[in-house]
Structure formats: C-alpha cells, structure tokens
Design a binder for this molecule. Structure first.
Ligand code: NI
Length: 175
C-alpha cells in the first residue's frame, strides 16, 4: 500500500487553503486509501490532505480503538469537500494533538456538536452529526484544509513554546 510522508510544522503547506475536488473518482479514492494507511501507520485518528503535501479538500478519520486488548474493527470515514452545516452553541474542551505537530498536546475549545456535509468514498453526498472526540476530530481536520492548526487557538506564548519544542525535536533528528 502506498503511503505519504507527513509534513511537520512550520511547513508552508500547513498554512494554505486546500481546493475543492470536482468529484471523488479513482484518483481521489487512491489518495484516500494512501492517506488512511499513512494515518494508521503514524498512528493517528485523523489526517487532512495538507498534511501529506496535497492541497485538495480531502480528509480521513478513524476513531476505532486499535490497541490489541480492546481492538475494534476499523471504521474509516472518508470525506471530500466537507462543509460544516451547523454547530452547537454549547462548547467542548478537549486535549488535541496533531501528526504535523508531533508529541505536543493542548486543550482546545470548539463547538460541542457539528453537522457536516461531504462527498463520501463513492462520490455520494453524505452527512455526519458528530459530538465528543469525533466532533473535535472532524473540526480539527476541516481546519487543516483551511490552513488552520490547533495551536492557532492557543495563546502566542503557548504556541511559540510548542513550536520551539518541535524545532528542538527536529534538530535532535527525532522527527
Ligand atoms: Ni492535525
């Protein structure tokens, strides 16, 4: 299975806006498959096209638990051109991380629930209503497609601290 390299901050592609796909065809499906495998290998629960240096509006997620003892069946969600149709006024705070910001975590506040419209793996229009971790995850991945990172919600002090830590990891060749 083909996989991609994951782009790390402060790469410019992470700050760029991805463009809509015309339709989910075999080329996009191959991209989705390779993104999913890249995410599983990392491992992570979500991955957006910007993170593999592609600027189209494609993301993949899978929140199924993969640890051996309580492993669940894979449950991948593929989205092209996702659009938030509705978000709750109620807010939710959860700790988030990001494969493009390795080993760094912070609490992020977002709308608690969202309803998202998208094109699925078969180019069919679909909707997802999400709360909890899935809600944070889908909002985090859609943010990526708009060039927004979870650290953008933090104070500049915290953000700079995280960026310095990632820089240090890179210099130590840990990444
Ligand atoms: Ni991320």
């Amino acid at each position: 299975m083909k996989t991609y390299d994951i782009v790390i901050i402060p790469s410019a592609v992470l700050k760029q806006t991805a463009q809509p796909v015309a339709k989910v065809d075999d080329v996009i499906r191959a991209q989705m498959d390779a993104m999913l495998q890249t995410m599983y290998d990392a491992p992570g629960i979500g991955l957006a096209a910007n993170q593999v240096n592609l600027l189209n509006r494609v993301l993949v997620m899978d929140l199924a638990v993969r640890e051996e003892e309580e492993a669940e069946k894979p449950n991948p969600i593929f989205m092209a051109n996702p659009q938030v149709l509705w978000e709750s006024e109620e807010r939710s705070i959860m700790q988030e991380g990001c494969l493009s910001i390795p080993q760094q975590y912070a609490e992020v506040e977002r709308p608690a629930k969202v309803r998202v419209k998208y094109l699925d793996y078969n180019n069919q229009e679909a909707e997802l209503e999400a709360e909890g971790l899935l809600s944070h995850c889908v909002q985090h991945e859609i943010d990526h497609l708009n060039g927004v990172l979870f650290i953008d919600y933090l104070s500049s002090l915290k953000r700079n601290m995280i960026m310095r830590k990632v820089d240090k990891l890179r210099k130590q060749n840990i990444l």
